[in-house]
Design a protein around this ligand. Structure first.
Ligand SMILES: Nc1ncnc2c1ncn2[C@@H]1O[C@H](COP(=O)(O)OP(=O)(O)O)[C@@H](O)[C@H]1O
Ligand SMILES: [Mg+2]
Length: 472
């Protein structure tokens, strides 16, 4: 069954039960009211007629007064004999002995229905009875009966009934119209959400539902919008990953092509005996270099993936800066000297330490210093270290060719080289070095920054959190 119909059914049930219950209660209440009113009215007439020391004449006057009101009156003596209206035959009131004794005790008898008139004529009456006492002696002297035809009450009741029925009908129709409108409104909101969901299924993430914060439907719309946003972001991320993957495959293919072409060329030369005797040693050297380059590239890529996927376990320790920087300098001195570069080390305090994984720390330094050597000729490379409040800071500066401002953001990407012609250099050259450095620094919770100016030089600043901060 459709939600709309379910709601309508629920509304109808509630409306019918409510109206039915209130109708019944109300009708009951009104019927009792009508009877009570009648009783009061009849007692009122009786009291208006009866007075102390009443003469028959006076009673007749009183009766004249009330006979217009569709009311009958009868008087009985203490022996339960009709004394007014005056007739030949003797009629009794027909009251039970129990009621008679109540009257003798001075109590009134409230509304009673009877199906005979006072003189046994055929008619339905409602009657009240009032005792009379002799004012002189105080003894029971008879009672008065005041009656009104039942048809009067029944008229009132049926008038009231049709009034209530009309009210129930009207309010029922109004309530049903309202509930149809309301149920329609709710299901339209649901339909709107369904349509939006369908749009999303078809890949439209621009969809947005109105949210006025009024009710649960609005809350649902809000959640729906959040869901759309997050779906949209995942979609963007999927596309980004896909384009990264494609770029990576292209880069790898590109990087492999040059060495493989070189190898192939030399091998073909060998096959056709086209390599002169004196070049043979040299060509083997070239082949070795190219294969080593490829192996290095493959290893660097594997290393990068491992660091990125947090498969590398860092064994952090306090490393003395002065000794370590000096050792790295010694290791790379020859390479630097071959390009006419001098290397200086300057550490703010001989006790300064850096909290890092030793092998990875060396790897970072070697990468940065190799770059500095690679892009500097007849210049100076400076390694410095000092402490800040939360970090140990190490800088690698050179006086080489530098980089333009707009190149800086991209240098951390894999395979990025500011100038494609730098490709076939002896060191680095596949563009992975800085990507690895960045990932390593990230896994140390450190920071890396670069400042550079064309033909002035470059400074890489790396910051490692101090041991104290790392452990908290
Ligand atoms: N000290 C430097 N001076 C000038 N350019 C640099 C320096 N270090 C890095 N670069 C630029 O950043 C690029 C990326 O460096 P890197 O990731 O180490 O790759 P690779 O050394 O394999 O080229 C280099 O190709 C170079 O263009
Ligand atoms: Mg490099």
């Amino acid at each position: 069954m459709k939600f709309l119909y379910k709601q309508l059914l629920a509304f109808f049930l509630v409306i019918i039960v409510t109206i039915g219950a209130t109708g019944i209660i109300f009708a009951r209440f009104l019927v009792t009211n009508i009877y009570e009113e009648k009783e009061e009215q009849l007692f009122g007439y009786a009291e208006a007629v009866i007075d102390e020391n009443m003469t028959l004449r006076e009673v007749e006057n009183g009766i004249d007064m009330i006979s217009k009101q569709d009311v009958m009156l009868a008087m009985y003596n203490s022996q339960d004999q009709l004394i007014y209206p005056v007739v030949e035959r003797n009629y009794a009131s027909g009251l039970a002995p129990k009621d008679l004794s109540l009257l003798q005790k001075g109590e009134r008898i409230s509304l009673k229905e009877r199906d005979r008139g006072f003189m046994n004529e055929e008619m339905s009456l409602v009657t009240v009875y009032l005792p009379l006492f002799n004012t002189a002696t105080g003894s029971f002297s008879g009672f008065v009966a005041v009656a009104s035809p039942v048809s009067g009450i029944q008229n009132d009741i049926s008038n009231m009934r049709s009034g209530i029925q009309l009210a129930i009908l009207l309010s029922g129709v109004i309530a049903i119209l309202f509930s149809i409108g309301f149920a329609n409104y709710l299901s339209r909101r649901i339909i709107r959400m369904r349509r939006a969901t369908n749009e999303i299924t078809q890949g439209n993430f621009e969809i947005h539902l109105d949210n006025f914060g009024r009710d649960e439907f609005d809350e649902l719309s809000g959640d729906f919008n959040l869901m759309v946003d997050s779906l949209k972001n995942s979609q963007i991320e999927i596309e980004r990953q896909e384009s990264l993957r494609r770029q990576f495959m292209m880069d790898v293919a590109h990087e492999m092509r040059t060495p493989l072409t070189t190898l192939n060329g030399i091998l073909e030369g060998w096959e056709h005996d086209m390599i002169p005797e004196r070049s043979r040693k040299r060509s083997v050297e070239i082949m070795q270099n190219e294969t080593r380059r490829m192996i290095r590239m493959v290893n660097e890529n594997l290393d990068y993936e491992k660091i990125r996927s947090a498969q590398v376990v860092l064994v952090k320790q306090a490393i003395p800066c002065l000794a370590t920087l000096t050792a790295v300098k010694e290791q790379l001195m020859k390479k630097a000297a071959s390009k006419g570069n001098a290397v200086h080390v300057s550490v703010s305090s001989p006790d300064l330490t850096v909290y890092a994984d030793y092998d990875r720390f060396i790897q970072i330094l070697v990468n940065l210093i190799n770059n500095a050597i690679q892009f500097t000729e007849n210049g100076t490379i400076t390694l410095t270290a000092h402490a800040e409040v939360d970090y140990t800071v190490i800088k690698v500066s050179d006086t080489g060719i530098g980089m333009a401002e707009n190149e800086l953001p991209a240098i951390w990407e894999r395979f990025y080289k500011t100038d494609p012609s730098r490709k076939n250099n002896k060191y680095g050259e596949s563009g992975i070095g800085l990507a690895i450095v960045k990932s390593l620094i990230d896994s140390h919770n450190g920071k890396i920054e670069v400042e550079s100016a064309r033909d002035k030089g470059t400074t890489f600043t790396i910051k490692f959190p101090k041991e104290l901060n790392e452990k908290n």
